[in-house]
Design a protein around this ligand. Structure first.
Ligand code: ADP
Ligand code: MG
Length: 601
């Protein structure tokens, strides 16, 4: 073939192939135009998977009648005049080719009235040719109807997927735009049935509930912007929601990202989200996330992809780390040491979080510290950590103690609801309802704390008693006698008074409120039980016994602060799910379980 310039219609069809890949691309372009026109209500209708019909109606500013036909010319746009304008582009469209491309491969009708005009216009374009343009009465705004998509490009038509696949793409597209523009009321009708609507409340949370359902949304954590640590990097603000680690999916397609209000596919940023979870996610599982990334327009090149599905950042690393930082903070992971009780879910406000402030590791002890320590200390019956340094007042930097960051969180953030039968603590978390056994949970907390103290060689705080004399029987007396050194390391001050009589002068502070006789009896039970074990095994058995004796008992009424304190400590235990003897510390009833019980479907 010799070289010839293609006729306009053929050129337009080829160009259209880039922009209009499938029916959902039509929806995308038309919705973007409606948003650019300042619409507050956008209705999308589709039939035949969008191939037979796509109609997008908006209440935006409309097009002046004399410009209506021009909107279909290639490279006609009202949004950009010079190349330099691209640097500050705040509209979704700017190339002026969408309407031309769509009209080249369909039969397209535009009905519009500019909000300052009394009459509107109607333009009909078939296969790229304007076949009719006339004045028309219409409400302010624009309605674009696209019929018989790809009627003149049989190859495209043949490659369309099933109607249900195309419908799915359309639904996804509309819901994503509804997330990015929560103040706009979206309505999607497919095959005559309403599939989705958003309220236009301006609250992303409302859109997510509409999209994912309440059950899923309850397990999402709010992501809020974190300060940019480096002033030389551009400000990048990341907001939205990310799933609690318990809520995850088998692929990464549930990570939805928007850059300056534009849905983008960005492998690297998806990876930043996944990475933020560290090892909190099970292998090959991925989080759900809906994130709005905002940065100055001149930091993003939006003009690198035919459908603008990809963007390029001037400082990709800054964006990557901003996303990672924000998600990591929300997920609470190795937390910049938050010990906050989430107000998440359960009919409550998922977005609200009450932060109890920073926690950090104290010297010689592994216990996270929280403000309100006084109450916590009483609540937890652990020795007074008051001599350890506190973070400076108003210090919002990552509060690391001299020994490093706080212990990582191993349970979701739980909020105490109350106590049942003076034995169980009812708590709620992002993933549903939690019932804790107050004794087993407390044993677990004390056990990890005391084990760490012992391993670190810390001096265990002791409580001096008025001296109590206790008489033991033969074998018990010998067992106790041979364990006196180990007991001393644990904070006991016991000595043999002569024969089978012992004098108790001090006990670990943990056991200060117990009857010394009862404590000794408990110890002797363990000592005679372990036989002639080595010192390590003996110590382990004694640690467990001390924790069991010191822990809240079943039947003990706890104050709210005591319960909250216990829950917060358990959240950061290495093995929070059982006490050292394997008794479960908590029972989890998921939101789904509850919904099923109540037949909420
Ligand atoms: P672009 O959006 O890149 O400018 P389009 O081909 O999508 O190009 O639209 C061409 C022009 O038509 C737009 O610049 C805008 O002025 C006008 N237009 C299209 N759709 C609408 C709409 N729904 N409301 C108001 N104006 C519109
Ligand atoms: Mg456009």
């Amino acid at each position: 073939m010799s070289i010839e310039v293609l006729p306009d219609v053929v050129a337009a069809q080829i160009a259209a192939g880039e922009v209009v890949e499938r029916p959902a691309s039509v929806v995308k372009e038309l919705v973007e135009n409606a948003l650019d026109a300042g619409a507050t209500t956008i209705t999308v209708e589709a039939a035949g998977g969008g191939q037979r019909l796509v109609r997008v109606s908006d209440d935006g500013h409309g097009i002046p009648a004399k410009e209506a036909a021009l909107a279909f010319a290639r490279h006609s746009t009202s949004k950009l005049r010079t190349v330099a304008d691209l640097d500050s582009i705040r509209t979704l469209g700017f190339r002026g080719e969408a309407l031309a491309s769509i009209a080249a491969v369909s039969r397209t009708t535009l009905v519009t009235r500019h909000r300052d005009a009394t009459t509107g216009a109607e333009v009909l374009v078939e296969g790229g040719e304007v076949v009719q343009a006339r004045p028309a009465g219409a409400p302010a705004g624009t309605v674009v109807t696209v019929e018989n998509l790809f009627f003149n490009t049989p190859a495209r038509l043949k490659f369309l997927k099933s109607e249900s696949t195309e419908r799915r793409h359309i639904t996804q597209l509309v819901t994503h735009y509804a997330m990015a523009y929560p103040a706009v009321r979206f309505r999607l009708v497919q095959e005559g049935r309403e599939q989705f609507h958003s309220t236009g409340s301006g609250d992303l949370a409302d859109v997510l509930v509409e999209t994912f359902g309440l059950e899923v949304f309850r397990d999402m954590l709010e992501v809020s912007p974190q300060p940019q640590p480096r002033p030389d990097l551009p400000p990048v603000e990341v907001t939205g929601f990310a799933s609690a680690p318990d809520l995850n999916r088998s692929n990464r397609s549930h990570i939805i990202l928007f850059v300056n209000g534009r849905a983008v596919a960005d492998q690297s940023l998806s990876y930043a989200v996944i990475q933020a979870y560290g090892d909190l996610l099970p292998p090959r599982r991925y989080p759900l996330a809906v994130l709005m990334i905002a940065l100055p327009p001149d930091e993003v090149d939006v003009n690198v992809h035919p459908t603008k599905a990809e963007v390029r950042f001037r400082a990709p690393d800054a964006v990557f780390s901003a996303v990672q930082r924000a998600v990591r903070y929300a997920v609470g992971d190795s937390a910049p040491a938050r010990v906050d009780s989430a107000d998440s879910g359960w009919g409550g406000n998922v977005t609200a979080r009450s932060s109890d402030g920073p926690a950090y590791r104290v010297p010689g002890g592994g216990r996270p510290r929280v403000p309100g320590e006084e109450q916590m200390r009483l609540a937890l019956k652990v020795p007074d950590p008051g001599r350890f340094p506190r973070p400076a007042e108003g210090d919002t930097a990552i509060p690391e103690g001299p020994e490093g960051p706080a212990r990582p969180r191993t349970l979701p953030i739980l909020r105490v609801v109350g106590q049942v039968g003076a034995t169980y603590i009812v708590a709620e978390g992002p993933a549903g309802l939690y019932l804790l056994d107050q004794h087993f949970a407390h044993v677990r907390v004390l056990y990890e704390w005391l084990s760490e103290q012992m391993a670190a060689g810390a001096e265990i705080e002791r409580e001096t008693l008025r001296t109590v004399t206790v008489e033991m029987q033969g074998a018990a007396a010998r067992a106790l006698e041979s364990a006196l050194d180990v007991l001393a390391a644990l904070g006991f001050g016991i000595d043999l008074f002569g024969g089978d009589t012992f004098r108790v002068r001090a006990v670990p502070a943990l056991l200060a409120e117990q009857e010394p006789e009862a404590v000794l009896t408990g110890l002797v039970t363990v000592l005679t039980g372990v036989g002639d074990a080595d010192d390590a095994a003996l110590l382990e058995a004694l640690i467990r016994q001390v924790c069991a004796l010191g822990a809240y008992r079943a039947g003990e009424i706890l104050s709210f602060d005591e319960m909250q304190g216990l829950v917060q400590q358990l959240e950061r235990c290495a093995n929070p799910l059982a006490d050292p003897d394997g008794n479960p510390t908590l029972v989890h009833i998921s939101g789904e379980d509850l919904a099923q019980q109540f037949r909420r479907g």
